[in-house]
Design a protein around this ligand. Structure first.
Ligand code: HEM
Length: 432
């Protein structure tokens, strides 16, 4: 049985110090050195614990579409479940199936189209934001406020201004604490009162309190928001719905999975656009959405908001020609696969035209929203929301980011390190 190649790592800690120092840089470098399957040792050589990075689109496709071989009950998802409960993202098996069937009804194309008016209203508010009028702007702060207001209004029919700040702070803390927990060699039970566990439990308590507060708002049973629809959703065969507790976990999942990712996609795309005045002008003058879509897709190729995900092998299998035992953790990294040189010529260049000429040659070379049965349920929603915002913004402003470097931090989602600054200059508004 040939051994999967990988970095030697620290004698006692393995790859952990390198992952803590620079996760994405380490993944890229080890992929360049070792190829499509890389073995990462966590901790000492014995007892050894290995995570396999699978980077080739063929292997990503199998991991995402063959639930008989690749399961979801991984250490990383366990940490997320401990923090945000049992929503679609963290459920597995029959319960996941039941939830997905019900929640799916809320995200059909027709339903998502029903939210475009509120997205356009919120985008228009962003255009009038005082920070834009002042000329220098923090793109990330602006985009977080936009995506939170949009998901808040779509979910509850109401703006959630009073929780925006608290949620922004909690999401940052949750990302830092759960990433640190994920990289611990020995994960202590969350119930043990270590300083980090206490903080994580406090964040969890405050997140659930927010979800409860929102669920307690007086509701109109005829309203057209996601929460009312979720409460009314029934399984066609059994007639069963979700309990209030299940709904609370789903709502928290939407709030978290549904704003941070889209805010990142928009922020990173705008940062890159700030170096391409030509593309900004083309988008502002475009008569349809083709170019703006391609630009967002390219932004998410270079900066996939869900930069990594995981699966676990349920049986012995082969990956990239190597034998991999049942129970192995598999790391899937859109960050690395989106830079795979066999599928992306000149991979580090920002070039929206890639998506105008038919896009990637392999479906699983491009996986910002995952794939298979567990693909992102909010994909259409996120794409619609991003398209509307970018179009609206570029009709009124030009951005320049050439004086500012972008540095990213791979927490639960890909976040910028600190503010993402841009100079905004008002233009003569383009006709709609
Ligand atoms: C640009 C924005 C977004 C990105 C990049 C993104 C990315 C992803 C990815 C990669 C997955 C699959 C993870 C895996 O297979 O391991 C996923 C799942 C999910 N996403 Fe998104 N997402 C975005 C926006 C949204 C929005 C707006 C919502 C909801 C309002 C949402 C809700 C979910 C849920 C509930 C799941 C779990 C689906 C399941 O397992 O059945 N996401 N997302």
């Amino acid at each position: 049985m040939s051994t999967v190649p990988g970095p030697a790592g620290h004698p006692l800690l393995g790859v952990v110090p390198a992952f803590v120092a620079d996760l994405l840089g380490t993944l890229e470098a080890t992929f360049a050195e070792h190829g499509d399957l890389v073995a990462y040792r966590f901790g000492p050589k014995w007892p050894s614990r290995t995570v396999y990075g699978a980077y080739h689109p063929d292997d990503v496709a199998r991991a995402m579409t063959d639930p008989e071989v690749f399961g979801r009950d991984t250490a990383g998802f366990k940490v997320i479940r401990e923090s945000i409960g049992d929503g679609l993202l963290t459920l597995d098996g029959e319960t996941w199936k039941r939830h997905r069937k019900l929640v799916q009804q809320l995200f059909t194309h027709r339903r998502v189209m029903g939210y475009t008016a509120l997205m356009a209203e919120e985008a228009a508010k962003i255009v009038d934001d005082p920070s834009l009028r002042s000329g220098t702007v923090d793109l990330h702060d602006l985009m977080q406020r936009y995506t939170l207001r949009v998901v808040g209004r779509a979910l509850f029919g109401d703006a959630i201004d009073d929780i925006v700040e608290e949620l922004q702070e909690l999401v940052q803390q949750l990302g830092e604490l759960s990433t640190a927990r994920r990289l611990q060699l020995f994960t202590l039970p969350l119930s043990l009162p270590t300083p980090r566990n206490r903080k994580l439990r406090d964040v969890r308590r405050r997140l659930f309190a927010i979800a409860d507060r929102v669920l307690d708002l007086p509701s109109d049973p005829d309203a057209d928001d996601l929460l009312t629809r979720l409460r009314g959703a029934r399984d066609e065969e059994t007639g069963a719905g979700l309990s209030e507790q299940e709904i609370r976990d789903e709502v928290l999942g939407f709030l978290l999975a549904g704003h941070e990712t889209t805010a990142g996609a928009l922020t990173f795309t705008l940062h890159e656009l700030g170096r391409r005045q030509d593309v900004q002008a083309d988008i502002a003058h475009a008569t349809d959405d083709t170019l703006v879509r391609a630009t967002i897709q390219e932004g998410m190729r270079l900066y996939p908001p869900a930069h990594s995900t995981e699966r676990i092998t349920l049986v012995d299998t082969k990956i990239a020609g190597y034998d991999v035992r049942a129970g192995s953790q598999i790391l899937i990294s859109p960050w690395v696969t989106h830079r795979h040189p066999d599928f992306w010529p000149n991979p580090t260049a920002f070039d929206p035209a890639r998506f105008l000429d038919g896009g990637p040659t392999h479906r699983y070379a491009y996986i910002p929203f995952g794939g298979g049965a567990r693909a992102c349920i909010g994909m259409q929603f996120a794409l619609m929301e991003s398209t509307i915002l970018l179009k609206t913004l570029l009709r009124s402003y030009r951005f320049d980011t050439t004086a500012h470097e972008l540095s990213v931090n791979p927490l639960l989602t890909l976040r910028p390190n600190g503010p993402v600054r841009a100079t905004a200059t008002a233009t003569t508004p383009q006709p709609v």
